[in-house]
Design a protein around this ligand. Structure first.
Ligand code: N7H
Length: 501
């Protein structure tokens, strides 16, 4: 690495004893940012850590939060920013033994939101969540969490989600209700995760059995922050009231009361400040997706064939791979706009003087585009059904053989995670009534081309060709559900006072 004036100064100052080592550590910590989390250009700025404010001092830099961040697990409010993340799904074998170990071995390691934000030197973050079957096993079914989807589990919802009642693409561990809980381990290295997992497993001993695990990781180098199809993912998550200073809400960001994401007043008292975690292992058929784009270029002949294929992909998602929204830059990518978090989410799908007829207002961005289906902004008069997405890509990069054959050989995809205070209003609503509904947001919209599911049958999608908005594209599933589960991510005090006693 080339020495800069700054690093040369630090080095000289250190060697000559001009500044004490502790100060240098501080400088490095600030320069390095947070070790566990990514912060690519275009993502919302990292929330500022709360600071301990000495009596009488002004609270500069502190989050004026009304949420108990030291009691809320760290994954819920932060979004899609993990460098490496392991999902460890387990069954509880011996409830009494597990409860003892939950209190003595796991609780001390559970990372709160405050800890994640404050501790620059944190090397591992641990979160834990339970399925209904897990709560039953721990004898915590009363008073219940008043969420029917959670109660019945995701397998019994597979037909509603478009995966088919037989869930034939699902992995066997997700079929049924044998998964009782999931441990999420995030770090900057897989070695840290492996070491922690090893010590957890030995501490938990025979109180649990491993049922399934999935290792996720941010993609390498300049693809960091991009999911496997190549699109920057993690730009648009709601601003949760009380988490950060209201003035930090970004233009175009949905603003939601904390009660849409966290159980505040709606659940039983013990569940306050917890959140429902929806997990889905979503395989992505990347070579097949790329082939579809290559075979169906759209847009002006003045563009190259490749640019016209990229335009189709951008219209399927609603953003270019860089993250720039097609609504703001319909014909070509604009990486500078993409990098600017004060502009890259600032649109409503409405344009003054725009023709809001059946075809007029999807000229810039199709009604079917993934981000328009999953958050219709001003297409609807009320803003609702919000989730915080916290997933991580998994699986290897596409190999040369896969790219040249256009056929997936090794599984890769998105370890999809989202948080909400009610599953039927959050994830399930978006998947079932928006993404899978051909008539949402109006007739002849078709499926969401990214996640829309038609029980495994090909899906019709309209609006993708800017020169013929009625043209029908029929496509296979490029995202295949391998299954998942509904979990509840409790507060730290709920783990201490309810789940482990
Ligand atoms: Fe999506 N993708 O790469 O195409 N998603 N998503 N998602 N998604 C978004 O805004 C993707 C999935 C939402 O506020 C972006 O962060 C992929 C599920 C919502 O404007 C990209 C998969 C559900 C938004 C992707 C997948 C959602 C959103 C744009 C699966 C819910 C915010 C970047 C493999 C049921 C919309 C960004 C807004 C954005 C992709 C899954 C929902 C690039 C590949 C299952 C609410």
């Amino acid at each position: 690495m080339k020495p800069t004036i700054f690093s040369t100064f630090i080095c000289l100052a250190l060697c000559t004893g001009l500044i004490p080592a502790a100060n240098v550590d501080d400088v490095r910590a600030v320069k390095k940012g947070h070790g566990i989390l990514i912060n690519p250009p275009g993502f919302p700025p990292f929330p500022r850590p709360s600071t301990t404010v000495p009596a009488g001092a002004t609270a500069t830099g502190a989050i004026p939060t009304s949420l108990p961040l030291d009691n809320i697990q760290s994954d819920i409010l932060i979004g899609m920013r993990k460098k490496k993340e392991l999902f460890f799904f387990f069954g509880i074998e011996n409830a009494a033994d597990f409860k003892t170990k939950l209190k003595s071995e796991i609780l001390p390691r559970v990372t709160s939101t405050k800890k994640l934000l404050d501790d620059d030197k944190l090397t591992i973050a641990l979160n834990i969540a339970f399925s209904q079957a897990g709560l039953n096993k721990l004898d915590i079914s009363e008073p219940d969490l008043r969420d029917t989807e959670f109660k019945n589990g995701q397998f019994s919802d597979s037909a509603n989600l478009g995966d088919g009642a037989d869930a034939k693409t699902w992995l066997s561990p997700f079929k049924g209700t044998s998964i009782h809980g999931v441990i999420l381990l995030a770090s900057d290295t897989i070695e840290n995760i492996d070491t922690t997992l090893k010590s957890l497993k030995s501490a938990l001993g025979s109180s649990i059995t491993e049922i399934h695990s999935l290792q996720g990781a941010a993609r390498p180098e300049h693809e960091e922050g991009h999911e496997h199809f190549g699109f920057l993912d993690g730009i648009s998550n709601p601003f949760v009231a009380g988490f950060d200073d209201q003035s930090k809400a970004l233009p175009g960001q949905a603003q939601v009361p904390a009660g849409e994401i966290l159980l505040r007043e709606t659940g039983p008292g013990w569940a306050k400040d917890g959140s429902f975690l929806v997990f889905r292992q979503l395989q992505q058929l990347v070579p097949e997706f790329n082939k579809f784009l290559a075979d169906h270029p759209v847009g002006p002949e003045s563009l190259t064939r490749d640019e016209r294929s990229q335009l189709l992909g951008a219209r399927m998602v609603g953003r270019w791979k860089s993250g720039a929204p097609v609504f703001l830059t319909p014909n070509r990518d604009d990486p500078e706009l993409a990098r600017d978090s004060s502009r890259n989410n600032d649109f409503t799908y409405m344009l003054a003087g725009d023709d809001d007829s059946k075809t007029g207002s999807q000229k810039r961005c199709p009604f079917s585009a993934h981000i328009r289906k999953t958050r219709p902004r001003d297409d609807l008069t009320t803003s609702q059904h919000h989730i915080i997405r916290g997933g991580t890509p998994y699986g290897p990069e596409v190999s040369g053989i896969e790219a040249s054959s256009n056929i997936t050989k090794d599984e890769r995809g998105l370890a999809f995670v989202c948080y909400q205070s009610n599953i039927a209003d959050g994830f399930k609503f978006i998947q079932k009534f928006w993404a899978n509904n051909e008539n949402f947001v109006r007739g002849n919209t078709g499926f969401d081309p990214i996640i829309g599911a038609n029980l495994g049958s090909p899906r019709d999608v309209f609006g993708l060709d800017p020169d013929d908005l009625t043209r029908k594209f029929t496509m296979m599933d490029f995202v295949v559900s391998k299954g998942g589960e509904y979990f509840f991510s409790p507060s730290l005090s709920a783990i201490r006072d309810k789940l482990s006693v």
